[in-house]
Design a protein around this ligand. Structure first.
Ligand SMILES: N=c1c2ncn([C@@H]3O[C@H](COP(=O)(O)OP(=O)(O)OP(=O)(O)O)[C@@H](O)[C@H]3O)c2ncn1[C@@H]1O[C@H](COP(=O)(O)O)[C@@H](O)[C@H]1O
Length: 108
């Protein structure tokens, strides 16, 4: 995994801005398609959208298994993988973090 679009200063990102910063990095990879970027590979994969959909399925399964194992460290890591791949799907669909936040806020 390479550095984010801000040059790797992730420790300076406040918790509440992490999803926006990650999504900005994903959008950057989508636009520039840099060599060696895993994120970029999800936008150029020969399977098309199925590449990220399959990863979401895998990460969801791994999240469930971590929960069943009562392995909180693994659960945190797999849940992060799942959220990251969901955000890549959002970027593919021209949706963004604000769309997700609006959907969740409207449920309060
Ligand atoms: N948050 C993530 C992130 N989470 C998970 N992943 C990748 O998602 C993949 C998860 O796949 P698996 O768990 O199945 O692990 P694997 O053994 O590598 O599996 P395969 O990919 O080989 O199938 C791994 O390659 C992880 O590196 C991520 N890749 C990138 N990011 C973010 O995206 C930014 C840009 O990264 P690049 O795309 O590398 O430029 C990074 O700085 C991060 O902030």
């Amino acid at each position: 995994m390479s550095e984010g679009s801000d040059g790797g200063e992730s420790a300076e990102i406040p918790d509440e801005a992490v999803l926006d910063a990650l999504f900005a990095t994903i959008e950057d990879r989508k636009e520039r398609l840099p060599e060696g970027s895993y994120t970029a590979s999800l936008f150029t994969h020969e399977k098309g959208e199925n590449a990220v959909l399959e990863k979401i399925g895998e990460e969801a399964t791994e999240t469930i298994l971590a929960a069943k194992d009562d392995d909180d460290e693994e659960l945190r890591a797999e849940a992060a993988d799942l959220v990251y791949h969901l955000l890549v799907l959002f970027a593919r669909k021209d949706l963004d973090v604000a769309d997700l936040q609006t959907e969740l806020r409207d449920r309060f």
